[in-house]
Design a protein around this ligand. Structure first.
Ligand SMILES: N[C@@H]1[C@@H](O)[C@H](O)[C@@H](COP(=O)(O)O)O[C@@H]1O
Length: 244
């Protein structure tokens, strides 16, 4: 695991942007894995800027998002479809048919999970997966205790995740109870992983991720076993990590 320490959120976003642009320029048909949450917003802003400046094009890019809530419509501002359109896709030259976000609205959710895995395989796998991390160490929506062998699956969200994400909703009660998420297995199959971490509230999770054991109670710890992971973390996020 390569760890790049940066000063703050802005520096983290710029470094991540630089890395992604570099990969996109090198690959003929880049396949990006994307994340939601506050963490990658700065990265997306920077990518929009680079696209407008003509430094990078999304014309041949395919994307797969990590996750989506179950049971909220695509038009709901809290859906990850809405978030991604608003924060990135509506502002770059990507072909909408190349954008993939798992659907949380299917009758047969198991089938949707299988279809999503198949679409990733059909695209040739994910070249670079962008990840954030939850305060409890979750990646995607893989909560503590998720078997590392799980592919895309439906998950029941923990109380701590629903509380952390309640800031986007009118109240915690409105946060969906379930989500569909790429599993740890799906994430580990990406050729490269870029984990972005900012802020003191993530410091415990980061210390455990970097210095703790590989343990299903700490979903992000599986990343220690991947041979091409770059963590870009700011000073606040690394404040509880001893061995920097
Ligand atoms: N499913 C998302 C994760 O993909 C994200 O990494 C996490 C952290 O969010 P934030 O970046 O807002 O701290 O939140 C959600 O639970």
């Amino acid at each position: 695991m390569k760890i790049i320490q940066v000063k703050d959120y802005q520096a983290m976003s710029e470094k991540a942007c630089e890395l992604i642009v570099e990969r996109m320029q090198k690959l003929e048909n880049p396949v990006l894995g994307l994340a939601t949450g506050s963490t990658p917003e700065g990265l997306y802003k920077c990518l929009i800027k680079k696209n407008k400046e003509g430094k990078v094009s999304f014309k041949n890019t395919t994307t797969f998002n990590l996750d989506e809530y179950v049971g909220i419509s695509k038009e709901d501002p809290n859906s990850y479809v809405y978030f991604m359109n608003d924060k990135l896709f509506d502002h770059v030259d990507i072909a909408k048919e190349n954008v993939h976000i798992p659907s949380g609205l299917e009758k047969d959710m198991d089938q949707e999970c299988e279809n999503y895995e198949q679409m990733i395989r059909n695209a040739g796998g994910i070249d670079v997966q962008v990840l954030g991390i939850g305060v409890n160490g979750h990646i995607g929506f893989n909560e503590p205790g998720t078997p590392f062998t799980k592919p895309t699956h439906v998950v029941e969200l923990t109380d701590s995740t629903r509380e952390a994400n309640a800031r986007f909703f009118a109240s915690k009660d409105e946060v969906p109870t379930h989500a569909i998420s790429m599993g740890p297995k799906t994430i580990m199959q990406s050729k490269e992983i870029l984990l972005l971490i900012s802020g003191e509230n993530k410091a415990d999770a980061v210390a455990q991720l970097i210095e703790g054991d590989v343990d299903e109670q700490m979903p992000a710890s599986i990343l220690q076993k991947h041979d091409h992971v770059t963590v870009i973390a700011d000073e606040a996020a690394l404040s509880k990590t001893k061995n920097k």
